[in-house]
Design a protein around this ligand. Structure first.
Ligand code: WQD
Length: 339
């Protein structure tokens, strides 16, 4: 199939492109490169041994989108393109609502106009806010606590309303927990611009000596060692889940209602456990200091992943050690890129 991958030059998008190409699909990447590099796509092609078509454009420019749908016979869309920094969304909510909501509605308008009915949406466990219980199941109530999470929750509601008005639409909402890691080739990985918001890329930059130490945001949480517990999932496992979702939505037993699944490993690791795992993988010491809690953080968050296993036949295969080893290999390679 011809798959349009918005934000396909980004972290999860690039890894998903590899899986799509290796499964024999054709990939058209639509990206404005606001948070990614073009060179990523050359490295995706190198890994997969196949070409990726690139269309540079912006979801906020309906003409850019119309051109893509006019010039290609698109069978399905995987939609990654979005702003995703929680702190930034609190500071600039309108930028997040415009880019994430208006951008996605523009995309959906084009899909409806061109009768493209298969849509895989990059959602997030952030829509749950502070869960009533862990592990978190998909029927946990939606209570996003920041504008970024709100854009994901609102988009899910918009998609449910669209599906109700157009039963021919085949929709999948994938609620990611904490994506980390890199392709085992070391050629692609997470490349945050500026100071990383997230834990693992920050640890990785301390391990390379790029940064002094990790600030551990609080060790007085109700968790085994007092630091925050999260469900880290390897980006390659996550990429494979997108392919499994595409197969499910286009398969003969495709669903009548939108597919909504958590994508996590079902294991929770604390900040200190992740630091320790990274030291083991890299052979480097990762200095840290305990600092105040980060506003908005929750103590514990990890997935109950039965639904993805039952419906998609998918479950995470790669463990925390693999996540750290693959990240480390990518850090060494990407340092050679910038030197
Ligand atoms: C993980 C843990 C922090 C940085 C966010 C978004 C979520 C998704 C993933 C987009 C927490 C602690 C972190 C640091 C630290 N993003 N930490 N020092 O907050 O679970 O999820 O990223 O889709 O939507 O909410 O991820 O990596 O920022 O934090 O101690 O320098 O590490 O307190 O316990 P988070 P994170």
């Amino acid at each position: 199939m011809q798959i349009l991958v918005t934000g396909g030059a980004g972290f999860i998008g690039s890894h998903t492109n590899v899986e799509l190409l290796e499964a024999g699909h054709e990939v058209i990447v639509f990206d404005n490169f606001s948070n990614s590099e073009r060179s990523v796509l050359e490295r995706v092609e190198k890994i997969a041994g196949k070409a990726v078509e690139l269309v540079e454009g912006d979801l906020l420019n309906p003409e850019d989108l119309a051109a893509v749908f006019r010039n290609h016979s698109i069978d399905g869309v995987i939609h990654f393109a979005a702003l995703k920094a929680v702190g930034e969304s609190v500071a600039y909510p309108l930028r997040y609502y415009r880019n994430n909501i208006t951008g996605t509605v523009n995309l959906l308008d084009c899909m409806v106009e061109h009768q493209v009915n298969t849509f895989v949406f990059s959602s997030s466990a952030t829509v749950y806010g502070e869960p009533s219980k862990v592990p978190i199941t998909e029927d946990e109530s939606i209570k996003a606590t920041n504008p970024y999470g709100q854009t994901k929750a609102m988009m899910e509601q918009i998609l449910l309303d669209l599906a109700a008005s157009r039963p021919e639409m085949k929709l999948g909402f994938l609620r990611y927990f904490n994506p980390v890691g890199a392709h085992p080739s070391g050629l692609i990985g997470e490349a945050p611009t500026g100071v990383p918001n997230n834990l693992v890329p920050f640890i990785a930059q301390v391990a390379t000596g790029m940064r002094e130490q990790v600030s551990v945001f609080g060790n007085d949480y109700p968790t085994p060692d007092g630091t925050g517990v999260r469900d880290y999932i390897h980006v390659v496992d996550l990429a494979k889940a997108h392919l499994a979702t595409l197969n499910y939505l286009t398969g003969d037993k495709s669903p009548d209602e939108p597919l909504i699944v958590n994508l996590g490993t079902g294991n929770g690791y604390s900040v200190l456990e992740v630091i320790q795992a990274f030291e083991k993988a890299s052979g480097k010491t990762v200095p840290y200091q305990i600092t105040d809690r980060r506003p908005g953080d929750i103590p514990t968050c990890y997935a109950e992943g039965t639904k993805a296993k039952e419906l998609l036949g998918w479950e995470a295969q790669l463990d925390l050690d693999a996540m750290c080893q693959d990240t480390w290999r990518w850090m060494q390679y990407s340092e050679s890129l910038s030197s």
